[in-house]
Each structure stands twice: as structure tokens, then as C-alpha cells.
Design a protein around this ligand. Sequence first.
Ligand code: PAF
Length: 283
Amino acid sequence: MKIINSIIHMQALAIAPERNGRCITFVPTMGYLHEGHASLLREGRKRGDVLVLSIFVNPIQFGKNEDLDRYPRDLERDCQIADECGVDIVFIPTAAEMYPHGFQTGVSVREISLPLCGGSRPGHFDGVSTVVAKLFNIVRPDVALFGCKDFQQLAVIRRMTSDLNMPVEIVGMPIVREPDGLAMSSRNAYLTPAERTSALCLFGAITRVRELFAAGEYSIDVLTREARAIIEQEPAAVIDYLEFRDSSLLQEVEVADSSTLLALAVKIGSTRLIDNTVLGENL
Ligand code: PAF
């Protein structure tokens, strides 16, 4: 497994003649890898010839008062997991090289970036789409894999690659959960044991809504009330948003159907967690 820090070096490996017609699969991450990332890497391994993992805590997708400085990092462990998953190249650029003095270009995907996390974290998706566009230009992947836990991020990236005719196939992979239902996230590392227990209210709300929907309840008002009630029972939990949207364009819906997305962001103490489910799809 090669570890590469320089953009030029990574780009040189990605273009002919070194590439030699081989399919590059790519998993972009901010590191502190967990089983969710490992599932993307294993799928990436199956789908291509050269598997590239990037690790870059992207400063421009964090707001001023967010957790950029304390975002968890453990490069040694990340490289060990990468190796076990069959990664060929780990690309770890520096912020100074990604955003040199004078950098001023951004990619902004308009409507789909605005609701949900875009409302709570203004500018977040501009930061994500800009760095992903840059990473695609550097790594030149044929296939890139993203987790569905960041449902809106996946929708933004699909829109960007389609709108800008980027020659890359985007693959969304199912959410990976702990045995008790908590969606895996690098930010789970912030939770104290008591907060870890409180955080189960997100999955509790999702489970309740799915049960009600399966029993024929399609009213968004009822489903919203029931989901909110479960989270509000938890003293440490503060709802940032809890919304039902259509899963393709993320527009508001009045009546739930099998393609309806329930998306939620909840603060547990100082940690903001997100989760989601599409009502007609498997968990
Ligand atoms: O999902 C993430 O880890 C990040 O948002 C991504 C896609 C690597 C861009 O920085």
C-alpha cells in the first residue's frame, strides 16, 4: 500500500501511461475510519483494479464554531484498516496544498444544498462539493463510493457529477449500524457513555416511524409528532431538524410513501448526530 501526500504525485499515478486502462475506485473520507468506511472500501475493492482512499479533514466544510480543530484523527489506525481492506493508495494531502494562498474557486450545487444540513450548516455543502470536485480531478476515479448516512451529501454529489458531466459513477452504500442501531460515525467518539445511550433516540424515532408507516400511517403530521416525542423524551437530546422529504429532490412532502426520506439531526450534549431512513427501503 502506497501513502501519497503530494497532489502532483497522486495525479501522475492516476493518468496514463501508469494507469494503463485500469479502473480506479475511490473512497473519499475525513479519516478516523470505522466499519461504515470499511464497508465502502470492501465494495470499492470488488469493483475496480486500483482502490484509492483519501483522508483529508476538509477545513472549508466546517463552520466557524464547528469541530474542525477537535475532529478525531488517528492516521496509524486508519492505515491499518486501509491495508486490511485491500487499499492500494492512501492519499493524504495537506490543507496548504489543497487550498494554497490565493485559492478562490468553489463549486456550489444550488437548491439541493439548501434544506436540512444546508440550513443548519450554511456553506457546508459548498465546501463538500468543492473538495470532492478537487479530489475527483486529482484521483481521476471511475467509481466513487459514499455512505447513505450522509444522504444529502450523496444527493449533492450525484447532482454535481451529473450537472458537470464528471466521468465518474457514484455508488451509495447502506448505513452501517452498531448492534443497538446507532449509525456509525466518526463523531460517535465524542459521546460520553451516558450520551451514547441517549443517542439511541435517533434510531428509536426511525424505528417507530417505520413501524407506523408499515401499519398504514401516511400522515406526515402524525409521523412527525411520534418521532419528535421519542427524541423529546431524552433530556440530553435537542432536535436540530426532523423532516420528511422526497428522497430524490429533497422537496417537502405532504403524504408519506415508500420513497419518502425521514432525515434527522439531533444534538446529544455538544455532539450533533445525523441519521435517516427511506421508508420503503430496508434498514
Ligand atoms: O463524508 C465525508 O467524510 C466528507 O464530507 C467528504 C465526502 C470526504 C468530503 O470532505
